[in-house]
Design a protein around this ligand. Structure first.
Ligand SMILES: C[S@@+](CC[C@H](N)C(=O)[O-])C[C@H]1O[C@@H](n2cnc3c(N)ncnc32)[C@H](O)[C@@H]1O
Length: 239
């Protein structure tokens, strides 16, 4: 039994619920993907057959965005959940060359898996599940697995640098969900999600600046936050 097996993500229904409804409760998910794809065009390049890792891939939300613009990409999807990887396999049946790795971040930190190196490592809404020391351990491994000139991009939830904004950010998120579900006349309500996320001990958010500083200390260059809205951020660096 690994640490991951004790988390909600190892439960089939929990993982399925996320796959079904993430668009309804991730604030401005479309915009997050636009930033991802634009970054990819600018710094990785279309049609270059670059090696990419989708870390904590779930059913492949990031991979899907990249494959839509670049089917030359040499893509590896990694997750600790077999259900999530199976869902990704099903989703990408028409891309037989994709590689799937069933492994936890803890295993990656402990160097239990041997992976190739990558030109681009991207992750969405997965790394915030790690404690601070494990985040550092994972960032170090990400750096180690990047080729020179490669890039890391993390789409994730973060705490503000100044905690006096935290309550408002969660409330702002809730307002966004209500606005969207009203506009789309959704039959199901999702406005409980911010509070559920905030009180779930598996979500171990850390302040954005601490994470940027950690990346810099590890050796990443050009460390930057490219997008931020409330607790939702996109940040990373290059090697
Ligand atoms: C919120 S989902 C995000 C999935 C996908 N990246 C997306 O944006 O739709 C978080 C994913 O991280 C994975 N995950 C969480 N903790 C993990 C760990 N310690 N090791 C490996 N995967 C983990 C879960 O299995 C899940 O697929």
């Amino acid at each position: 039994m690994t640490e991951f097996d004790e988390t909600l993500w190892s439960e089939r229904e929990y993982a399925q619920e996320y796959r079904d409804h993430a668009d309804h409760y991730i604030q401005e998910r479309d915009m997050l993907f636009k930033v991802l794809v634009s970054f990819y065009r600018q710094f990785i390049g279309i049609g270059q057959a670059k090696r990419m890792l989708d870390l904590g891939c779930g059913d492949g939300a990031i991979a899907n965005q990249i494959l839509r613009v670049d089917d030359s990409v040499n893509l590896t999807l990694m997750d600790g959940s077999k259900d999530m990887l199976d869902a990704a396999r099903l989703r990408f049946w028409q891309f037989p060359k994709l590689q799937y790795v069933l492994a936890t971040f803890e295993a990656l930190i402990g160097r239990e898996n041997s992976l190739p190196t990558f030109d681009f490592i991207a992750s969405a809404f997965a790394i915030h599940h790690l404690s601070w020391s494990s985040k550092i351990g994972l960032f170090e491994q990400i750096y180690a697995y990047l080729n020179e000139g490669g890039a890391f991009l993390n789409i994730d939830t973060v705490f503000p640098n100044n905690p006096s904004y935290t309550d408002w950010y969660y409330e702002f998120w809730r307002e966004w969900i209500i606005d969207r579900q009203t506009r789309l006349e959704l039959k199901e309500a999702f406005d409980h999600v911010p509070n559920r996320a905030r009180t779930n001990p598996e979500n171990k958010l850390d302040p954005l600046q601490n994470q940027l500083d950690a990346l810099t200390r590890i050796g990443f260059k050009d460390v930057e936050c490219h997008y931020k809205l409330g607790i939702f951020a996109i940040f990373g660096g290059r090697k």
